[in-house]
Every structure is written in structure tokens, then in C-alpha cells.
Ligand binder design. Structure first.
Ligand SMILES: NC(=O)c1ccc[n+]([C@@H]2O[C@H](COP(=O)([O-])OP(=O)(O)OC[C@H]3O[C@@H](n4cnc5c(N)ncnc54)[C@H](OP(=O)(O)O)[C@@H]3O)[C@@H](O)[C@H]2O)c1
Length: 266
């Protein structure tokens, strides 16, 4: 009755159970983890890799849940909640589904169930992820702390108002880090750098920017001025990026992502 139950055993569940098991190897016990997926083979594969239990029956999975984590694709959330029937009072219900608001979760599960939404990323696997959380007003205080603690084992946690959730989902994706790095590396290779050197130069350029801004929040302009001597090489690169519409392109991509998230509201 007190297990963490994942409904859906796909990509994000695999990353989260890996992150939780990693945290449990250190100094913490998260208790029993159960994974239910409509493809029993997926849950079994996770069971063999991460010492979690695969439960092929939805109703048996639900009976054992102290915390329920819904990790199916957004369009599958409402059909899944139709299939669960009434959820036991006291179960801490958390949805990972992008774009699906608390009111839709409440409507689909019966108004007595309070929900949290969480937006983690696969980086939770390494213990250095970031998760945004928002809670229904009725979500019990003690259970809130349980949810916060769970995600905090896998990285930083921020609580944000629900109106910011879609924008957070758009902006926080490790895919953008991979994409930016890959584009910089491809360009570096074309300038003749070896693969290793292309990675180092491209990755350090990004990572050191992040670290410097973490230590000096709000100092973007000052740090840019320090790193790009007027009339120099870095300033020329920045000039071409800006003239080519780099900022506008990022904004357009984010707006497209936001539109997609809003269309997921059922
Ligand atoms: N991937 C990420 O980085 C990430 C990050 C944060 C949040 N999320 C959110 O997490 C959710 C899952 O994403 P994902 O990338 O892990 O998707 P995924 O890899 O497709 O995994 C979802 C799993 O749930 C199964 N499923 C669907 N309906 C089900 C049902 N009624 N009962 C049991 N299992 C069911 C799917 O089976 P089928 O393959 O047969 O459909 C699939 O195995 C999404 O809502 C997404 O917005 C994902």
C-alpha cells in the first residue's frame, strides 16, 4: 500500500527509476517501486535492470500505490484515468504529462483526488536533473513534502505556478542542450578541429557560460562584454549570430513548442 507506482514504463520512467536507484545506493531508501505498462515486456525489462517490480495488472498496481506517477504520453492520460476507476483516497497522485493541466486530471479522476504535476527530464538519471512541480490546492502538506523529497533525490526542484508550466516544459529540455552542442561541434569540425577538441571547445563554451551566470545572476551583459573584446574574434561571431536572427529563431521555436503544449490540453 505504500509503493511508488509508475503507470507507463517508457523513456522518462526508465530515467527516473535509474535516478531513484542511484540515490538509493547512497544514503536513502525509497521503498518499493512498481512499474505497470500496457506492454508487460517493457515493465519486465525495467524490472530486470533496476530492481523494480513489474505489475501487469493495473488494478493490482493501484492497490499497492502510496504514490502514483502517471508517465504515459499526454493523449493517453485521460483514457488511462478512465481505466483506473476511483483512485484510493490518500494516494499521492503525480502526473508527468506535458500540457495536461490539473483541472483535466481532476475531471478525469474524480474531484476528490488532488494532483501534482511534475516536469523532470532524463537528466534525473544522473542525479543532476531539474524538476518543476505544481500542486493542487487540496494536495496534503505532508504528501507535498514526499513528492518534493522524491524529485530532490534526482536533482534540483523548483515550484512554479501552473500558468508557467507549459513555458517551463518548452524551455527546459535536455534535447536543446544536445542540439546546441551538436550544432557547435559540427561547425567546429568544419573549421578543422579534431572530434575531441571540437567537443571540448564547444562544451566548455556552453558549460562555463552556465557556471559564470550561476555565480553572477543577472550579469549577462557584463560577462558578454568581458568575454568579447570589441572588434575581436568573439565579438565578430556574436555579431553574425545576432544578424542571422539567432534570438528570433530561438523565440519562434519556443512559441511553436508552447502552441504544441497548449494543443495537448484535452
Ligand atoms: N521523455 C521525457 O524526457 C519526458 C520528460 C518529462 C515529462 N515527460 C512526460 O512523460 C510522459 C511519458 O513520456 P515518455 O517519453 O516516457 O513516453 P513513452 O516512452 O512513450 O512511454 C509511455 C509508456 O506508457 C505506455 N502506456 C500508454 N498508455 C498506457 C496505459 N493506458 N496503461 C499502461 N501503459 C500505457 C506506452 O505504451 P505504448 O508504447 O503502447 O503507447 C509506453 O510504454 C509524457 O506525458 C511526457 O510528456 C517525458
Amino acid at each position: 500500500m505504500n509503493a511508488i507506482v509508475f503507470l507507463g514504463g517508457g523513456r522518462i520512467t526508465a530515467a527516473l527509476v535509474a535516478g531513484l536507484r542511484r540515490a538509493a545506493r547512497k544514503d536513502w531508501t525509497c521503498g518499493r517501486i512498481i512499474v505497470h505498462d500496457r506492454n508487460p515486456g517493457k515493465a519486465r525489462a525495467l524490472a530486470s535492470r533496476f530492481a523494480v517490480d513489474a505489475e501487469p495488472s493495473l488494478s493490482r498496481a493501484l492497490e499497492q500505490a502510496g504514490m502514483l506517477i502517471v508517465a504515459v504520453r499526454p493523449n493517453d492520460v485521460v483514457p488511462l484515468l478512465d481505466a483506473t476507476g476511483p483512485i484510493r483516497i490518500g494516494t499521492a497522485c503525480v502526473s508527468l504529462a506535458a500540457g495536461v493541466p490539473l483541472r483535466v486530471l481532476r475531471r478525469a479522476s474524480g474531484r476528490r483526488v488532488a494532483w501534482a504535476r511534475a516536469m523532470p527530464s532524463p537528466a534525473c538519471r544522473t542525479g543532476r536533473g531539474l524538476t518543476a512541480l505544481v500542486f493542487d490546492r487540496a494536495f496534503p502538506r505532508r504528501e507535498r513534502q514526499r513528492v518534493r523529497d522524491l524529485f530532490a533525490r534526482m536533482g534540483a526542484v523548483v515550484e512554479i505556478p501552473e500558468r508557467e508550466f507549459d513555458a517551463f516544459t518548452v524551455v527546459y529540455s535536455t534535447s536543446q542542450g544536445y542540439h546546441a552542442l551538436a550544432a557547435r561541434m559540427r561547425a567546429a569540425r568544419k573549421l578543422g578541429l579534431s572530434p575531441r577538441c571540437a567537443f571540448l571547445a564547444a562544451a566548455h563554451g556552453l558549460a562555463e557560460g552556465v557556471r559564470a551566470l550561476e555565480e553572477n545572476p543577472g550579469a549577462t551583459e557584463k560577462l558578454l562584454a568581458e568575454a568579447a573584446t570589441p572588434g575581436g574574434v568573439a565579438a565578430e561571431v556574436m555579431r553574425v549570430l545576432c544578424a542571422g536572427g539567432y534570438d528570433g529563431l530561438v523565440e519562434r521555436a519556443y512559441r511553436a513548442g508552447l502552441l504544441r503544449a497548449r494543443r495537448m490540453r484535452t
